[in-house]
Design a protein around this ligand. Structure first.
Ligand code: URA
Ligand code: CA
Length: 434
């Protein structure tokens, strides 16, 4: 087989065989195929697309390029959730504790964040004593006993995806549905999930700016998952404004706790129930989404979900007292209010730029090497559609330095207030179950 023939075939719009796709992935991962030929093939895929079968084969070839986590020692169906990324997305922790309380095992590998705010691992480190390194034996035992564990990424998962993603980044081939879908799904499958729930974000703060594009991506991923034996469902949710109210690591832990007490921000609470319902159905603990939702609402109302969070924090060395005393979380030195300069309706809270403002305070990483300040961040006091009086607080800023003019300026620039009434955006655009 010659890579040049494969490039030509794809350039002319023909479907590649499993062997051809595997030849490319193996050859590129081990360095036998140079960047220039891989770039040409990626561009051909960008323009001529791939069939469902090609997409599945590409995903499986990327899975096979590295280690695969074996979760078979954990009882039950392991369901994982993936979000395509957003600002202040506090979902993972409350969602995990809720579905674990219903009985679905959550064996999660999570990453650190880049940009906006930290990843789930960074947020958890805001809890005193919490550690994210567990041996495989301890990880398995913990999930079997309390149904929930979260560890940092380890092992050499999908090296083909790492190399291809870096190449796509510099060859204008990131925004291709078959390439994005196979990239995301290969990582989920290599992490050992039996079933997968996808939260595909849409809006200014998301990768997919329109609902139609987000739906195309979601359908592509759901098809890949189901065709390779991992049951997959998805939703399309709004990311035109940050999710919930808190953006920042310790602040989001507090928000997660509130959500497990049933007092979370409306959008975050709802998103947890919608995604959780899919996880509970895929995990085999309910047959309909309605039945699953009732179970989730029950474990929140009766405190079981909160109890899972306490046990999970203790099991990983953290101080579970934070659940009842969130003031034990790291606190910022300076708390100030960003007040409205005019009365009116909130028309826009531009997710990306508000995320950048939180990052400027130190809540996120500008580069992989940056240190995160776990205490700092933003708490929104208004969301899109709300009315605000001149002089009322729009945002509470938690900072560890006094000079925050550039943060305030950024926020004023990207919080748009209008005289006309504004509708709150739809939170859940689409629910995809097959
Ligand atoms: N996220 C990924 O993991 N891969 C992509 O290709 C795009 C977003
Ligand atoms: Ca949030």
């Amino acid at each position: 087989m010659r890579i040049v023939d494969i490039i030509e075939k794809k350039r002319d719009g023909h479907a590649l065989t499993k062997e051809e796709i595997t030849f490319f992935i193996e050859g590129y991962t081990n360095g036998e195929i140079p960047d220039y030929q891989a770039s040409a093939l990626l561009m051909a895929i960008y323009f001529t697309d791939m069939t469902d079968e090609e997409r599945a084969n590409l995903t499986l070839a990327m899975v096979a390029s590295g280690d695969q986590i074996d979760l078979s020692a954990i009882d039950g169906i392991k369901v994982d959730k993936h979000s395509t990324g957003g600002v202040g997305d506090t979902t993972t922790l409350p969602l995990a504790a809720m579905v674990a309380a219903v009985g679905v095992p959550v064996a999660k590998m999570s990453g650190r964040g880049l940009g906006h705010t930290g990843g789930t691992i960074d947020k958890l480190e805001a809890i005193d004593g919490f550690h994210v390194e567990l041996s495989t034996a301890d990880f398995t035992q913990q999930v079997n006993e309390i149904k929930m564990a979260v560890v940092g990424q380890s092992g050499n998962l999908t090296p083909a995806d790492k190399k291809i993603y870096a190449l796509r980044d510099v060859t204008a081939t990131v925004s291709s549905i078959p390439l994005i879908a196979s990239s995301i799904m290969s990582k989920k499958i290599a992490s050992g999930a039996d079933a997968i729930v996808l939260d595909v974000k849409t809006g200014d703060g998301a990768f997919m700016k329109t609902v139609e594009d987000a739906e195309r991506l979601a359908h592509a991923m759901v098809k890949i998952g189901n065709s390779v034996g991992r049951k997959t469902m998805a939703i399309i949710s709004d990311m035109s404004q940050p999710l919930g109210l808190a953006i920042g690591n310790a602040l989001e832990i507090k928000e997660a706790i509130d959500t497990l007490k049933g007092n979370g921000p409306e959008d975050l609470q709802e998103l947890c129930y919608v995604l959780g319902s899919q996880m509970v159905v895929l995990g085999g603990h309910a047959t309909t989404l309605q039945e699953a939702r009732a179970q989730l609402e029950e474990v929140v109302a009766n405190g079981k979900a909160l109890q899972v969070l306490r046990e999970f924090i203790s099991a990983q060395g953290g101080n579970a007292d934070v659940v009842d005393h969130p003031e034990l979380l790291p606190q910022a030195k300076y708390i100030t209010q960003l007040v409205a300069k005019q009365s009116g309706y909130i028309a826009k809270l531009e997710a990306d730029d508000i995320g950048t403002a939180a990052m400027l305070l130190g809540a996120g990483r500008a580069t992989k090497e940056s240190e995160i300040d776990l205490a700092v961040g933003l708490v929104l006091n208004k969301k899109v559609g709300d009315y605000v009086e001149k002089g009322e607080s729009l945002v509470t800023i938690h900072a560890n330095r006094q000079a925050i003019t550039e943060v305030e300026q950024k926020l004023y620039q990207h919080i748009i207030i209008t005289e006309q009434a504004v509708q709150a955006p739809t939170l859940i655009h689409t629910v995809i179950t097959k």
